[in-house]
Design a protein around this ligand. Sequence first.
Ligand code: AMP
Length: 235
Amino acid sequence: MSAAGASETEHGQDQAGVAGNGQDQAGVAGHEQDQAGEAGRAPDQAGEAEQVKDHADEAASDRDEISDLLRRLIRDVHDYPQPGVVFKDITPLLADGAAFGKTIAALAAGHDRIDKVAGIEARGFILAAPVACLLGVGFVPVRKLGKLPGPTHSETYQLEYGTATVQVHVDAFQPGDRVLMIDDVLATGGTAAATAALIRRCGADVASLGVLIELGFLGGRARLPGIDVRNLLSL
Ligand code: AMP
């Protein structure tokens, strides 16, 4: 992404006082724990419940580990690319092989029947391609205006100042494909909403959006009704 392109879509944040509102595997874990705690189980059921609880505990502690990694390895760059913006720089995370691997595994985990992974230019490509490999499905690039060589669908959306356009090849998806969209940061949700519209215009279904960081205070998920929005860290 060019600095000029980035400057139109990046958003600042005030981390202090921002409440998390992620999807939360931990929330799922809590639910499973409650089930496991129900009284009057037969021995087999009790064993199963114990296993479910173990998995739930594992999922919750995995999420804590990943969010700690992200807090440590994603760098805040103040006033980039313009004054007032706090840019979430993922390059230290990408440079740490073990952390990068765990992050990709976490983004790929827990999805049901995905046919394609769509990466949003540009940092979304870096994350989506290995997720697609891990899931054993194809990768589709969602690109900025004018970058794709074949016939495309286009979606233009509003930015703080001006507009931006994303495109996808018209034959990138099969009708009925279930698509996982991936990006690094969910801010106002405009980019993800435009990407979802592109996918639907190809006749495919948007199953989920996976991001490393959701800037919850910008309310992006409200622009993505019906989409299972998952973050690894909510700020
Ligand atoms: P939005 O459309 O407002 O949700 O913005 C999301 C897009 O802009 C994503 O492609 C992100 O890569 C980028 N973005 C927005 N805010 C930031 C930020 N604070 N740091 C890094 N990237 C950001």
